[in-house]
Design a protein around this ligand. Structure first.
Ligand code: URA
Length: 210
């Protein structure tokens, strides 16, 4: 991928996202919509994966058929909200390796605090997609990409549902080599670091917590 920011303006994505944003949308619907959108976003973030061909036999004869080239994809979920995107993408790419990074946001400083990191080995020659629904300040996202880079990854993409201009700018500055794919570039962050108009706290809405 070469573009720093890709906004997936597909009508299905936008329609489903509008339902997710509504404050009256219940937890079950929110989770289902996130899973559905994640399939469509996964299509976009994987569109340039390298492909090679394999000789196969169809019932009609031989064919050099396209298959994914290289090692298995790696998905890295930023806990806990990242898991909502992860589940959908895994339906599309079931053989992907999966890593988890636990970061919570200190509500006063808005800085990320790491409490967990488990990544697959052998990241150097794999495409790594880091997933978190909300790219807000960009602090957690940039910290997660730092960890993935320290573990050796070179080809990294960042996938989110919503992005704030502040988060996109932060990522572009900290990791200009990491393209960001999102369903929407929202207006701004409020004083608590929440995306406006946004959808509220993605983790709470996904898991029914407060
Ligand atoms: N995290 C969320 O869940 N929502 C926001 O708006 C910002 C960060």
């Amino acid at each position: 991928m070469t573009d720093t920011l890709t906004v997936v303006n597909h009508p299905l994505v936008q329609h489903k996202l509008t339902h997710m944003r509504r404050k009256e949308t219940p937890t079950g619907d929110f989770r289902r919509l996130l899973r559905e959108i994640s399939l469509l976003l996964a299509y976009e973030v994987t569109r340039d994966l390298p492909v090679t061909t394999e000789r196969i036999e169809t019932p009609m004869g031989p064919m050099d058929a396209p298959v994914l080239e290289g090692k298995k994809l790696v998905l890295v979920s930023i806990l806990r909200a990242g898991n909502g995107l992860l589940d959908g993408i895994l339906e599309l790419v079931p053989s992907a390796r999966v890593g988890f990074i636990g970061l919570y946001r200190d509500e006063k400083t808005l800085q990320p605090v790491q409490y967990y990191c488990k990544l697959p080995s052998d990241l150097e020659d794999r495409v790594v997609i880091v997933v978190d629904p909300m790219l807000a300040t960009g602090n957690s996202s940039a910290a997660a990409v730092d960890l993935v880079k320290k573990a050796g990854a070179k080809d990294i993409r960042f996938l989110c549902l919503l992005a704030a201009p502040e988060g996109v700018a932060h990522m572009a500055e900290a990791h200009p080599d990491v393209p960001v794919v999102t369903a929407s570039l929202d207006d701004h962050l409020n004083e608590h670091g929440y995306i406006v108009p946004g959808l509220g706290d993605a983790g709470d809405r996904m898991f029914g917590t407060k």
